[in-house]
Design a protein around this ligand. Structure first.
Ligand code: WT7
Length: 635
């Protein structure tokens, strides 16, 4: 069984071993899994290229470890609980046996439709069990899944389908979200009109039953294709370094990149961190509220929990439907033991008042998790007092799409936690802080750029189709280090606090959005000449999107203009990237080489106008005063 650390002194011992002798440490963890062939080398790495391989030469199938391995002893244990959007509808459960059969049937459907090992399959679906089943079915036959969050637009979906040349899309007819019903199949149809030549088949899961158009010879119903298949399907032998999935994420420049994760290391790391960070005990019900369209859902709704043989829950809906007590109602209803959510949700629910959690019995909760963005002290305290009743430790988990699993986190109950601190590196994780010159800061108490100086099993291997981009973004800033893009502080005890991104990535409600992407979208508006986008502090979302826009001619009605910009951004990216504020400006502050000085724009957007620093080196210093004085006109 995967190691579960039980005390702080044990953590210290294990951590030291994991750094002194990483190969021995990870080999011991890897041995607790089922391998078709044992690895020859634990790790081979070179951050310069980068080239990272874990459990080299090992053969396995991750679904054999998520499913088959548990059947003998825990076949009748609940693997998955699904709570629907509408609380008056029945919830569903799958035992490990049932999930195994469902995954095998779906895997056989994939094969019957021509999907082979290495083919990419795109998912564009709501949070329904079929999404988990489909993802695991891909892994079963060695197909690579690429899940796209169903809030992205047709154009964004098409970009992702094209980038990885997906052969199949699996979607639903409609999605339910709160009181809304969203025509997802229509979005897929729109996307596929945008030159997605690789797609041969679309499998449509019937979620609402309302009519949708089905294209002959391309579109097939899930209910026609899946249930008639055999309930067993051999797990394909995968190399440890074969691709498991692609997940697109935003960076500071260019289009979203496809982060690639591979089989062996990802399996070992997600299971290990799940068991330790949540201190999952047999029989516990674990609930992560993330969407499977993000890495949190991949690693800590599907893979980590199932590898550990846990009961994991999926929720189709939103925190405020039918009312702001929904999360707490679900916790009471399913006697949730570990609850994992994002600060933005905590802040939004906190704003609805204490009466909501007070209506429900939350006594089952043992551990509370936070992820995705820095958690502010007020939200931390509310979470601690009103949800955990001061008895459930909070784990503020820091990690990224690229890290595959949780990197820095408290271990609940094993030590005192400092509010808002992510605290301790996981065993095997070697973080460091570097200064602007790239020198590692040795002093314990320090602030700097967060890097990782040794490989860990679930780290990014490449960016799909563009290895050079992976090298450039993550491995070129500092020699022999992975650069996270985050700034962090370390206290006297060596505990970490994450400050946030130091690059041009904005974190809106825990979603990562690249400023360049939003600018490109805004620039498609016919009246826009140029734009610059920055983040600014936002009470609920953590960061909001602030856009400075140069327009062609006068804008008579700024509110109507904002609406039209929203329409363009929604079309190009999706509603999550809509600017919260738009300020029309006559020009943008630029350096002599033509670079936009975002530092100044960030300060103005945050209302921090007195301290703009030296602007004299700008090409157009006079523009700063003009931007400052028209800030109140932002809509
Ligand atoms: C960025 C990664 C993997 C989790 C979901 C987001 C920020 C994440 C924390 C935290 C402060 C955090 C960082 C990171 N972030 N967790 N506990 N405290 N900031 O994954 O979309 O890849 O975003 O989210 O800035 O770089 P992601």
């Amino acid at each position: 069984m995967t190691l579960q650390i039980k005390s702080y002194s044990e953590y210290k011992k294990v951590y030291k071993n994991s750094v002194d002798n990483p190969e021995k440490f990870w080999a011991a963890q890897a041995r607790t899994f089922t391998w078709m062939k044992k690895w020859d080398e634990v790790v081979e790495w070179d951050f310069k290229k980068p080239d990272v391989k874990w459990f080299v030469g090992g053969k396995l199938n991750i679904t054999e470890n998520c499913l088959d391995r548990h059947l003998k002893r825990s076949g009748n244990k609940t693997a998955l609980i699904w709570e629907p959007n509408d609380p008056s509808q029945p919830y569903k459960t799958y035992t490990y046996n049932e999930l195994y059969e469902a995954v095998c049937q779906c895997a056989n459907m994939l094969k019957a439709n021509g999907i082979k090992k290495g083919d990419r399959v795109c998912f564009y679906m709501p949070m329904v069990p079929e999404l988990t089943i489909g993802v695991l079915a891909c892994a079963r036959i060695g197909a690579v899944h690429s899940v796209v969050f169903a809030g992205f637009s047709a154009t964004a979906l098409a970009d992702r389908i094209k980038d990885s040349e997906c052969k199949m899309v699996i979607c639903s007819d409609y999605n339910f979200r709160g009181g809304k019903i969203i025509p997802v199949k229509e979005v897929v149809d729109d996307a596929l009109k945008q030159r997605c030549k690789s797609v041969e088949t679309v499998i449509v899961h019937q979620n609402s039953g309302d009519k949708v158009k089905m294209k002959k010879n391309r579109d097939k119903w899930w209910h026609d294709e899946v249930p008639r298949r055999r309930k067993t399907c051999p797990a394909v032998e995968m190399d440890s370094e074969d691709m498991l999935f692609i997940l697109y994420t935003s960076g500071s420049t260019g289009k979203p990149k496809g982060v690639v994760h591979t089989c062996g290391g990802y399996m070992v790391y997600t299971c290990f961190t799940f068991k330790n960070v949540f201190q999952y005990q047999k029989g516990d019900v674990y609930w992560c509220t993330a969407d499977i369209g993000w890495i949190t859902g991949h690693s800590y709704i599907i893979y980590g929990p199932l590898l550990a043989g846990a009961t994991t829950m999926m929720f189709e809906g939103v925190p405020t439907y039918p009312d702001a007590g929904r999360f707490w109602h679900i916790c009471e209803k399913h006697r949730v033991n570990q609850f994992y959510t994002a600060p933005t949700a905590i802040r939004a629910l906190m704003a609805q008042g204490d009466k909501w959690p007070s209506h429900y019995d939350l006594s089952s909760i043992k551990t509370l998790g936070s992820v995705g963005e820095p958690i502010n002290e007020e939200a931390w305290n509310w979470y601690n007092e009103k949800i955990g009743k001061g008895k459930a430790p909070i784990v503020d988990t820091w990690w990224q799409t690229e890290t595959g699993g949780i990197m820095i986190s408290p271990l609940p109950g094993l030590h005192k936690v400092k509010p808002c601190y992510a605290m301790l590196p996981m065993p095997g994780v070697q973080p460091c802080l570097v200064d602007a010159d790239g020198k590692e800061i040795r002093k314990k108490e320090a602030e700097g750029l967060l890097c990782i100086k040794y490989p860990w099993p679930s780290m990014i291997r490449t960016t799909y189709g563009d290895h050079e981009r992976c090298r450039q973004v993550y491995f070129s800033a500092f020699e022999d280090k992975y650069f996270t893009g985050d700034g962090a502080r370390r206290d006297k005890q060596g505990m970490y606090r994450i400050i946030g991104r130091v690059d041009d990535v904005i974190n809106v409600s825990g979603h990562r959005i690249g400023t360049a992407e939003v600018e490109n979208a805004i620039n498609e508006h016919p009246q826009v000449i140029e734009s610059a986008v920055v983040g600014y502090p936002h009470d609920i979302k953590g960061q909001g999107i602030y856009a400075y826009v140069i327009t062609e001619g006068e804008i008579a009605d700024p509110v109507a203009f904002k609406k039209s910009v929203h329409e363009v951004v929604t079309k190009v990216i999706g509603p999550i990237a809509k600017p919260d504020k738009i300020q029309i400006v006559p020009g943008l502050p630029k350096t002599r080489s033509g670079k936009i000085m975002r530092r100044i724009l960030r300060k103005v957007a945050s209302g921090d106008m007195d301290n703009l620093g030296d602007v004299s080196t700008l090409l157009n210093p006079q523009i700063v005063d003009s931007i400052k004085s028209s800030k109140d006109e932002a809509v």
